[in-house]
Design a protein around this ligand. Structure first.
Ligand SMILES: *Cc1c(COP(=O)(O)O)cnc(C)c1O
Length: 465
């Protein structure tokens, strides 16, 4: 299997090269050259597979340059850190299926992909005898999942910038209590945007980037998408076995379009109709809902909500979907994104809108609706949703039809977002064991001025060379 760019400007590369490249060098995003299809016979064979066995089968379709025995080792290492034997268990609450994606070390779904990516990085670096310094900015969730993905790994150092005193206390502790020598938490005296701008400037300093072998872990890395395809297929097996219905919907709380794009890949490798619709759930940052309902993809201002991991205006994985929407026309995709970078908007005609609406339904869920959903769902089912998952459940209730089973992806544990939960039900959620005693643990963090040179100097002193 080889990988190409959505903008058509690179010659096909292997999976390992795609993982190390991250963003395609022509500015596009990497995609498999062809999408494999899983035939009914194969599906039958997979029916009773564990999460790890299914991961192995699905990865093999897309990764042909890592031997299967090595791949299986990477898989078992990646999911050994999960606290639930099924990795992503499915529970039924009322008439809704919830797939719990929060049993990884940082209690959010990003662990599913970042545990795997960390191990893939370590494997490739070992093989090539090279080293890597990962740099990233976080508003809270991605940083800790990335840190847990590479902590203690040889040949990798990680530097994560978070806005000083502007992440939740739990999020801060989840990052700073990881004191492995290869982990560097940098609290930047500024906002998340300051941190992100610094990281961008550092990556644009090409001599610096090359000298220090900088790497990224952001959500455009193909390995992250691939890892997320697995739980859609896993959920499909469980729900079809339980209900006898073989066409189901998924509701996905969406920010950067990464998770839901993995659903789109799953929908395309499974037989037609297996996944009927993907319900794209947004909070008040409704860019993607406007796209699905009106064909209007235009940036507006980011508003802060109780589901902060979805407070996003430009969906970094969107280009991948556009490429397929345009029947793999890289020239058209490139032209659109060049236009978008100047005007901040794209429009889609009725013809395209029909295709878009065959793939997706969508709802933008307000703050009041989010809290109300947490409260009502708790009263009716004795089950606590985190605010991101609540957005997904609310959109599912609005968009699906009664005869089609719907799976809502639960992207975070409610305890990670205690303030919103308290607002909804009048008391804080119970802390899971992973979060007990966090405040008493040893922690390590460097507070730095929001200045590119200051951060570069820090990295230069601590980077692996
Ligand atoms: C990152 C995140 C999302 C959004 O996922 P995307 O892949 O960016 O669409 C939703 N919920 C939680 C808890 C997250 O951390």
């Amino acid at each position: 299997m080889h990988y190409i760019s959505t903008r058509g400007g690179i010659s096909p590369i292997s999976f390992k090269d795609a993982v190390m490249m991250g963003l395609a060098t022509d500015g596009g995003l990497l995609l498999p050259e062809v999408l494999p299809e899983v035939d009914p016979g194969t599906l039958n064979r997979w029916q009773s597979y564990s999460f790890q066995q299914l991961a192995s089968e699905i990865y093999r379709l897309f990764i042909t340059d890592i031997p299967v025995d090595q791949l299986d080792k990477l898989i078992s290492r990646s999911y050994a850190s999960f606290s639930h034997p099924e990795i992503t268990p499915l529970v039924k609450k009322g008439d809704i299926f919830i797939m719990e994606l929060f049993h990884g070390p940082t209690l959010a779904f990003k662990d599913v992909a970042l545990q795997f990516l960390g191990n893939v990085f370590a494997y490739i670096l070992q093989e090539t005898g090279s080293k890597m310094n990962i740099i990233g900015a976080t508003s809270g969730d991605t940083g800790s999942a990335a840190i847990y993905g590479v902590r203690g790994k040889e040949r990798i150092n990680i530097f994560i910038l978070h806005p000083y005193k502007r992440v939740s206390p739990i999020q801060e502790l989840q990052m700073t209590t990881v004191i492995d020598p290869n982990v560097f938490n940098l609290a930047i005296k500024g906002t998340f945007d300051d941190g992100q701008a610094i990281v961008k400037a550092i990556f644009n300093d090409i001599p610096f980037k090359n000298k220090y072998h900088l790497g990224a872990v952001n959500s455009i890395n193909w390995a992250r998408i691939l890892a997320q395809v697995v739980y859609y297929v896993y959920a499909w097996f469980k729900v079809t076995a339980e209900t006898g219905v073989d066409s189901i919907d998924f509701s996905v709380p969406t920010g950067n379009f990464g998770d839901i794009f993995a659903g789109y890949i799953a929908r395309n490798i499974l037989p037609p109709g297996a996944i009927r619709k993907l319900i794209l759930a947004t909070n008040e940052n409704n860019l993607l809902t406007r796209f699905v309902t009106r064909g209007d993809y235009s940036i507006s201002k980011v508003v802060a909500t109780s589901s902060p991991s979805m407070d996003i205006q430009v969906a970094s994985n969107f280009e991948r979907y556009l490429y397929y929407l345009y029947d793999c026309d890289a020239v058209r995709t490139r032209k659109d994104f060049e236009r978008f970078s100047q005007t901040g908007k794209l429009r889609f005609d009725d013809n395209l809108l029909r295709t878009i609406q065959q793939d997706f339904a969508s709802k933008s869920v307000t703050e009041a609706e989010t809290l109300d959903t947490i409260r009502t769902f708790y009263q009716e089912n004795d089950y606590l949703l985190d605010p991101h998952t609540a957005v997904g459940v609310n959109a599912a209730q609005a968009c699906t039809s009664a005869d089609v089973p719907v799976v809502c992806l639960a992207t975070a544990h409610p305890a990670k977002f205690g303030a919103a939960v308290t607002k909804a039900i009048g008391r804080p959620p119970e802390l899971p064991p992973e979060l007990h005693g966090l405040a008493d643990k040893k922690s390590r963090c460097e507070v730095l001025d929001p200045d590119v040179r200051t951060v570069q100097n820090y990295i230069a002193r601590h980077a692996l060379l």
